[in-house]
Design a protein around this ligand. Structure first.
Ligand SMILES: [Fe+2]
Ligand SMILES: [Fe+2]
Length: 257
């Protein structure tokens, strides 16, 4: 995955990518800082969600992969924090604050929701890590070069988390052998999908957000909130149906649209 030298979309298209915070116009700086803060907040929060389930999965592979996911999120959190700190005292304060926040205090709602069972862990990876993948995918080759470089590896980590979730969701729905070791099946994974699906759609943010539209015109994100949500929805709906589960209604339990 190559990072080009130039800005690839938006109003700055064709200009050289931004390399340092000093080069940024105020509005660009504010927009980027908000995006990196939001991203960083999800990493540490999801480590906290995963932590009680480390070493609890039904198979050795589950236990290994889930620990790897938690480690990836922590590592991503430190990468995002380093980016935040490069913004000077304001970014440093934000990074420090993120290390203090605990469940219930995280800025994005879905990350304040505990995992209640192993199947719930699977439902989260299936629905929410795919959200993470879409968010990172939207910033591949973005106009801020240091962020674009980090995206090249992070995007694959999220793909790994989401595909693990998708595989185990399928096994819970369809595979007798895994259902036996997990002591759960289709009803349980359907309930987990029902739980995380509205959170997943909410996590894309408000339709018509000025901030999201600015991030597109500054070449930071390739799609605004509603376009990215629509792409995700088409993808996850197909994945849910393909493993014999029902797609929850779009409006159920939604808080942000
Ligand atoms: Fe992540
Ligand atoms: Fe992830």
């Amino acid at each position: 995955m190559r990072v080009s030298r130039g800005v690839e979309w938006g109003e700055m298209r064709g200009m050289q990518k931004v390399e340092t915070v000093e080069q940024m116009p105020d509005e660009y700086r504010e927009t980027l800082l908000k995006i990196i803060y939001a991203l960083a907040s999800t990493e540490f929060a999801s480590v906290e969600q995963h932590q009680p389930w480390i070493n609890q999965g039904p198979t050795a592979e589950d236990r290994f992969i889930q620990a790897q996911i938690a480690a990836d999120e922590a590592h991503q959190g430190f990468i995002d924090s380093r980016l935040l700190r490069s913004f000077g005292p304001e970014g440093t304060a934000m990074a420090d604050q993120l290390l203090e926040l605990r469940m219930g205090e995280h800025p994005i709602d879905a990350f304040n929701v505990p995992f209640e069972s192993w199947v719930d862990v699977v439902g989260f990876c299936f629905c929410m890590d795919l959200v993470a993948w879409y968010h990172l995918h939207a910033m591949l080759n973005c106009s801020y070069a240091p962020l674009a470089r980090e995206m090249t590896s992070m995007v694959h980590e999220e793909k790994f988390h989401a595909s693990f979730g998708a595989r185990r969701a399928r096994d819970l729905s369809l595979e007798k052998e895994y259902q036996n070791v997990a002591k759960a099946g289709r009803a349980e994974i359907q309930a987990a999908v029902n739980k995380w699906y509205p959170h997943a759609l909410d996590t894309f943010g408000k339709t018509g957000s000025k901030f999201a539209n600015l991030s597109v015109s500054y070449g930071i994100r390739k799609w605004n909130n509603e376009d990215l949500r629509a792409k995700y929805k088409e993808d996850i709906d197909e994945k849910i149906s393909a493993i014999g589960l029902d797609v929850p209604s779009e409006d159920r339990n939604r808080k942000i649209s």
